[in-house]
Design a protein around this ligand. Structure first.
Ligand SMILES: Nc1ncnc2c1ncn2[C@@H]1O[C@H](COP(=O)(O)OP(=O)(O)OP(=O)(O)O)[C@@H](O)[C@H]1O
Ligand SMILES: [Mg+2]
Length: 103
């Protein structure tokens, strides 16, 4: 696992730098963000562009996961308002993603 710290000073710069990271992403890459209003949606919009996804990427609040298709599929998950790890584990997302990967 490796960490990348991304510091940007505007929403568009964040989208642009995320677009570059999306263009070299490999299957299975996982990106997490936690703080409210930290720019998670802008980051995801940029990654989506980098993956050649041209659907508009909205925050999936109140929808647990959106699946978008481009060069690679993008699974955009938002567990807000749950911070209960057991509840999130019970959703079966591991099984869903494993089935998508064919494992
Ligand atoms: N790097 C940045 N610098 C300054 N402002 C930014 C940056 N990234 C995003 N913003 C602005 O901050 C606000 C929140 O961004 P965004 O919606 O992407 O955050 P979020 O983490 O998805 O929020 P939420 O937790 O509500 O879903 C927006 O108005 C966006 O334009
Ligand atoms: Mg958001």
């Amino acid at each position: 696992m490796s960490n990348l710290k991304l510091v940007t000073h505007s929403a568009n710069r964040r989208r642009n730098s995320a677009q570059q990271s999306g263009s070299w992403r490999n299957p299975g890459t996982f990106t997490a963000g936690r703080d409210l209003g930290a720019g998670k949606t802008c980051l995801t919009q940029g990654i989506a562009y980098g993956l050649d996804i041209h659907e508009y990427t909205l925050s999936p609040s109140f929808v647990i996961m959106r699946e978008l298709h481009g060069r690679l599929p993008l699974y955009h998950m938002d567990f807000y308002p749950s911070d209960n790890v057991a509840e999130i584990s019970d959703l079966g997302l591991d099984d869903y993603l494993s089935a998508k990967r064919g494992v």
